[in-house]
Design a protein. Sequence first.
Length: 241
Amino acid sequence: MIFLFTDYGLEGPYIGQVETVLHQHAPNEKVINIMADAPRNNPKASAYLLASLMTQIPVESILLCVVDPRVGSNEDKPVIMKIDNSWFVGPENGLFDIVARQDKGLECWEITWLPEQLSKSFHGRDLYAPVCTMIANKESIPGDKFDWIERHNLPSDLFEVIYIDHFGNCMTGIRGDVVNNKTIFKIDEKEVCRADTFTNVATGQAFWYVNSNGLIEIAVNKASATDSLNLSIGDPLAILT
């Protein structure tokens, strides 16, 4: 299967154009759009979100991952990374740093193949999608192998908001087993304690819990955490106790 992880959004033609290329060149592959609203232009936050989703991705899958604020600038290598027997295709801008730590034997190639027409603003369609189909069709890897060295120095856990869903719940880059059940966060001068579910707290009360992806999430029962606690992507979280 080929999975899409992007910040393209569902509106507009972008996802459809990428899927069209994939279907043209690898018609037998199932394409799943696992995330189209990754933190926009934010590969750091997206790196933690991508890693948290990997428990749901079958082994030997192909992932087209694009969150690239510098697309067309040639500042970041276009790469193929084989991590835990799955293939990741996208820019080497930190997006793969967290998931890459899970496999000490990872392999990496810089993509050297170029299409006849490569737009400056849509490498997801013109470069990465065709490369994904080459991998799916078991063609020669279109790149030069190199030794990958992590260069962005991202922490293992990011004590920041990395994603806000349409309910206003705020996902963080903190794994659930990093803190204990008695941990209290201080957010917008409020103390936020743990609860297992929304029904364990009163309407309008803020709490934190470990979400289905294994990350700590901040929520407010029957309200928006981002509105109630004045939270945005990138805002830090402080532990009170």
